[in-house]
Design a protein around this ligand. Structure first.
Ligand code: ADP
Length: 255
């Protein structure tokens, strides 16, 4: 995958993102830039706004203020009503992997992967099927194509969730704590797939409590606390030599 964006700028640029639920301000002015091929990890205590930030990046949440721009797309200003076309365009650029995979229980693995590209992206079914099979093969699940989700382990289900996101052909992959609902022995296989995707050059933003994963795979780590980015940096800096006492406290508690 190419490092360069058509404009030479980052793939994603968010500025001053704010989000309130009622009078609870959950994001209080967050800046985020993600270059093509980069992996950014969002860490921080529960309730610090990580998921809300991630969901804001693909239009699942609409911020109350700030701007968001994906390379080649419009600069969305959340202080004004966001036109539907802009919201849809934003959603088309990324794909989200959730904590719970949300697979359709009545569909086979293959059908689960094929449906998105066919329904959402209008890809011809035969083409979507071919691509789905290649992706399932890549994550070692080709032999499960006709199985139903309930016949798979949690780790296998989550790998199908990842394939389903890849099948949409997004520019940006968003992961919302993809391993936190898994039994500990199943976490490794999912993180392994994510590591491979990072090595292949996918651009990824990952909310995670798996700090060793963030340390090994991320290019940049953002520590959120109380709706702001308290500290950001390369993993060896942020984990090895955190500047803020609050970051040190968090890392001590979780490591
Ligand atoms: P994190 O991912 O860091 O745990 P979240 O972004 O999930 O944090 O949540 C931040 C805060 O926003 C929490 O206090 C949460 O209760 C609140 N929140 C999140 N979504 C909603 C919502 N839809 N309505 C009201 N409050 C919400």
């Amino acid at each position: 995958m190419s490092e360069a964006s058509p404009s030479g700028g980052p793939l994603l640029r968010a500025r001053g993102v704010r989000k309130a639920f009622g009078d609870h301000e959950v994001l209080r002015g967050v800046d985020l830039e993600v270059r093509r091929g980069q992996v950014v990890a969002l860490i921080g205590p529960s309730g610090s706004g990580k998921t809300t930030l991630l969901r804001s990046l693909n239009g699942l949440e609409t911020p109350s203020a700030g701007t968001l721009e994906l390379d080649g797309g419009p600069r969305i200003d959340f202080a004004r009503p966001v036109p539907k076309a802009q919201r849809l365009a934003l959603r088309d650029r990324s794909a989200m992997v959730f904590q719970h995979h949300n697979l359709f229980p009545h569909m086979t693995v293959l059908q689960n992967v094929v449906e998105g590209p066919v329904q959402v992206r209008r890809v011809p079914r035969a083409q979507a099927r071919e691509r789905a099979l290649a992706l399932l093969d890549r994550v070692g699940l080709a032999d499960k194509r006709d199985a139903y989700p309930r016949q798979l382990s949690g780790g296998q289900q989550q790998r199908v969730g990842i394939v389903r996101a890849l099948a949409l052909g997004p520019d940006l992959l968003l992961f919302d704590e993809p391993t936190s609902a898994l039994d500990p022995e199943l976490v490794g296989e999912v993180l392994g797939v994510m590591k491979e995707l990072a090595e292949e050059g996918w651009t990824m933003v990952v909310v995670t409590h798996e700090l060793s994963f963030a340390r090994a795979v991320a290019d940049e780590v953002l520590f959120l606390d109380g709706g702001v980015v308290l500290e950001r940096g390369a993993p060896h800096e942020l984990f090895g030599n955190p500047r803020q006492e609050r970051t040190r406290q968090f890392l001590r508690r979780i490591l």
